[in-house]
Design a protein around this ligand. Structure first.
Ligand SMILES: [Fe+2]
Length: 262
């Protein structure tokens, strides 16, 4: 029979403390890695940087309205922020910023970006297994006519279904090289038209509900405010408006996170 070695309270406390600080450090490292990637997107292409932030904001509004848990919301935010990382290829960036119409060859090149993005994010798959899968699927359609794999309905990861609506909505309301910015009403009509064909019908119903549309409209207004005014407003609202970006940041005291910590 093996002897039971008594563990002192001090030793147990020390062990728990070390485990806690190891986990906190790991969380900080992963947060820093993701933020570095986001900075790289901004530095390379500020237009895409602004786009992915707006998409993350809208996707989180929709995810929260769907009652998703915090873990899923964090995952949705990551997919939203990195969904277009595959466009950072130099040739694709040129295509996106060239004010001519897309040629068939360019259009084909553009369709490579979901898988390219998943490849870029592959080293993070150990920590965030949903990230690459969500990014790869953000141009799939509910009716199975999307790309790259033609996934159908609930076979499309939830993160990608949420991001797809937010992404399309933002693409419609902001000018692209192949189209002019259209109004809020036109964008909501386009989302409604895609119900059950391009988009998850339940998510579309939720997106078009008055409370979600009101939040989206408010977020759009905030996105267009000058930076200074936006910061001031955010500081003032910090207690009643939950943070809708950077959900991956660790919550521990003493972390160097900014005031947008949830
Ligand atoms: Fe995309």
């Amino acid at each position: 029979m093996r002897a039971v070695v008594p563990i002192s309270l001090g030793a147990a406390t020390g062990f728990l403390y070390r485990e806690h600080s190891k986990r906190t450090n790991a969380e900080r490292l992963s947060a820093a890695t993701l933020e570095t990637l986001l900075n790289a997107i901004d530095a390379n292409d500020a237009v895409t940087g602004a786009h992915v932030r707006r998409v993350a904001t809208y996707a989180l509004i929709l995810g929260e309205a769907a009652g998703l848990d915090e873990r899923t919301l964090r995952s949705i935010e990551r997919v939203a922020l990195f969904h277009d990382i595959g466009k950072l290829d130099e040739a694709l960036t040129d295509i996106f910023h060239d004010p001519k119409k897309l040629t068939p060859e360019e259009r084909r090149a553009v369709t490579t970006h979901p898988l390219r993005g998943a490849e870029v994010l592959e080293p993070l798959s150990v920590y965030y297994p949903d990230l690459g899968k969500g990014v790869a699927a953000h141009h799939e359609r509910w009716d199975g006519r999307g790309y790259p794999r033609g996934l159908k309905a609930r076979r499309i990861p939830l993160q990608a279904r949420v991001v797809s609506i937010a992404d399309s909505f933002d693409a419609i309301t902001h000018r692209r090289r192949y189209s002019h910015a259209r109004s809020f009403a036109e964008a909501t009509r386009a989302v409604a038209d895609g119900k059950g064909t391009q988009f998850d019908p339940d998510l579309v119903d939720l997106f078009l509900s008055p409370s979600v549309l009101a939040k989206i409209e408010e977020a759009m207004r905030e996105a267009h405010m000058p930076q200074q005014k936006r910061d001031k407003r955010r500081r003032g609202q910090i207690r009643r408006a939950p943070d809708i970006t950077f959900r991956w940041r660790p919550r521990s005291r003493g972390s160097r996170s900014r005031d947008r910590l949830p």
